[in-house]
Ligand binder design. Structure first.
Ligand code: TYD
Length: 189
């Protein structure tokens, strides 16, 4: 069974550290794990920075195209778990926060396999911004946009097969919670 575990959350929520720690834990338990992240194609963010394209529909479709290419590559590798640092709920949350209809965003994601589990790392925007080192956007703009993204994540939790984890705490505690979530889902599936 191909189990996708998506780690989601606003910038600065600790997704990358949590994804790595979860993958390491599962590997130590003897599972075959693919650890991966989105956006997948390195050129995508560069392209967006270069062009400064801001149209939310275009962004949603570009992130989704990147995802389709990603899935066809990554799911061809055999594994028990695919740990994704961001997946389609990032598109729903980030591009939904730009005002797009959430149902449309889910519909363009409907060809993608539903995650076995989505972990939504939830924390205040204040804490997230303190953790971010490369803050390229103006503070107030970033604050307001991340506030909206956080709100959408909490709204779409169930459609993402998601569980919200309080990420306001030290990362060791967050990682321990994520591991026990995965363990309890394994024991019931
Ligand atoms: P990412 O590389 O995950 O950055 P970070 O590790 O700092 O969170 O993602 C880069 C940015 O792209 C991030 O601000 C979120 C955004 N993004 C979207 O807006 N939509 C998407 O579908 C994805 C995958 C990312």
């Amino acid at each position: 069974m191909q189990r996708i575990i998506a780690i989601e959350g606003i910038d600065g929520s600790g997704k990358s550290t949590v994804s790595r720690a979860l993958a390491t834990y599962l590997i130590k338990k003897g599972h075959k794990v693919v650890l991966t992240h989105e956006p997948y194609n390195e050129g995508l963010i560069e392209l967006l920075e270069l062009t400064r394209w801001k149209d939310p529909v275009a962004l949603s479709l570009l992130f989704s195209a990147d995802r389709a290419l990603h899935l066809s590559e990554v799911l061809s590798k055999e594994a028990d778990f695919y740990v994704f640092d961001r997946y389609y709920c990032s598109t729903v949350a980030y591009q939904g926060a730009l005002g797009l209809d959430l149902a449309w965003l889910f519909s363009i994601s409907s060809k993608f396999p539903r995650p076995w589990l989505t972990v939504i790392l939830d924390l205040s925007v204040d804490t997230a911004l303190k953790r971010l080192k490369n803050d390229t956007l103006a503070f107030s703009r970033k604050y307001e946009s991340l506030r909206k993204v956080r709100e959408v994540y909490l709204k779409i939790k169930d459609e993402c097969n998601g569980v919200v984890v309080n990420a306001e705490r030290p990362l060791e505690d967050v990682i321990a919670d994520v591991i026990s979530l995965v363990e309890s889902r394994l024991s019931t599936s």
